[in-house]
Design a protein around this ligand. Structure first.
Ligand SMILES: NC(=O)c1ccc[n+]([C@@H]2O[C@H](COP(=O)([O-])OP(=O)(O)OC[C@H]3O[C@@H](n4cnc5c(N)ncnc54)[C@H](O)[C@@H]3O)[C@@H](O)[C@H]2O)c1
Length: 323
């Protein structure tokens, strides 16, 4: 059985669906502080806080856990700047408890949700795994600390791990009724689609004077189902005995904020009011992945690389939300 922490959240629920579709047994550990019961249908759920070592160990004592996929964390860069305590607390401490229980119960494999935020301001584009990791936010730093912990537990106790550095997770399952639902929502595509639905007055574009082709920030949008598949491939690689790996997960295509808004207009056919605002501190002009390593070593081929397709799946979800 695979223990999936944070499995009731956005990316975790798509991974749970992927594993269930290929016949795997999963146990979700989530306290639903940000996740949704409905996102995992009838998958087994242990409701508990990963900051509590006894709760984490209970999962290992009660169920036959074979591998761990660890999504649970806080994810907002600006919030991490305002409240670093929350981010070092909730993003680092749970991994200590998980790794300690894994060692205690002889569970070897863990796939970890890392982030392109571990790279900080890019020194070159596209960003490959050799790029120096110099995070510029407590969020990015918390993920880098976790990667360091995985390396140390790997060396000391033989834990096998894959750190998956996602770029911008986006889209929704094309036919299962699951999708992105954060409160407050901070991600661009749902914000623009909510403006298209009239749930927001406007979309603010933070910075139109960046050194990019249209002046707005460029990001790499990767479909959440493609992320889900990468976790399964990474886990299979660990099961085959490979002991470690760090992988960038992105589409290798940059899309600007204005291009995303144009795609949302194309897909929805709705009017979307846009307002130009000032730059936000800490937003690099461009973040685009080089994902060759994941493609070569994991055999990963994103199935939904096209921005319009990503937006179309997100729009279908946004217009039929269940939670
Ligand atoms: N969304 C992105 O674009 C993105 C990009 C890079 C990395 N990531 C990473 O991917 C992972 C998942 O992100 P997401 O967007 O699905 O987030 P999410 O907020 O939708 O899901 C996180 C889940 O973890 C649970 N959780 C949080 N703290 C917990 C705790 N202490 N105990 C039990 N459950 C807890 C929440 O209830 C929620 O269900 C995170 O680790 C995030 O840092 C996300």
């Amino acid at each position: 059985m695979i223990l999936v922490t944070g499995g009731a959240g956005y990316i975790g629920s798509h991974y749970v669906r992927y594993e269930r579709d290929r016949g795997s047994e999963v146990l979700v550990l989530d306290d639903l502080r940000l996740g949704h019961r409905a996102a995992i249908d009838d998958s087994p759920l242990l409701i508990g806080d990963l900051n509590n070592a006894a709760v984490v160990d209970l999962a290992f004592r009660t169920y036959t856990i074979e591998s761990v996929v660890h999504f649970a964390a806080y994810t907002s860069v600006p919030e991490s700047v305002a409240h670093p305590d929350r981010y070092y607390g909730n993003n680092v401490v749970p991994l200590i408890h998980l790794l300690d229980s894994m060692v205690r119960h002889n569970v070897r494999n863990i796939v970890f949700s890392s982030s392109c935020a571990t790279y900080g301001d890019p020194q070159y584009i596209p960003i490959d795994e050799q790029h120096p990791q110099a995070p510029v936010s407590p969020y990015g730093e918390s993920k880098r600390v976790c990667e360091g912990m995985l390396q140390a537990y790997g060396r000391a106790y033989g834990v096998r791990y894959a750190s998956l550095r996602y770029f911008n997770a986006s889209g929704a399952h094309p036919f299962a009724a699951i999708g992105e639902s954060h409160e407050p929502e901070t991600h661009l595509i749902p914000i623009v689609l909510q403006a298209a639905l009239g749930k927001r007055d406007k979309v603010v574009v933070y910075g139109a004077d960046y050194p990019t082709p249209d002046g707005s920030c460029v990001r790499d949008y990767i479909h959440v189902c493609d992320l889900a598949e990468a976790h399964a491939l990474a886990l299979d690689r660990l099961r085959s005995g490979v002991d470690r790996g760090e992988y960038n997960l992105g589409s290798e295509t940059g899309s600007s904020v204005l291009e995303v808004i144009a795609a949302c207009r194309r897909i929805t056919g709705r009017r979307i009011t846009v307002e130009m605002g000032p730059r936000r501190p800490g937003d690099p002009p461009q973040l685009v992945a080089a994902s060759k390593k994941a493609r070569t070593e994991l055999g990963w081929r994103p199935s939904h690389p096209d921005l319009d397709e990503i937006v179309a799946t997100a729009w279908k979800w946004e217009t039929n939300r269940r939670y």
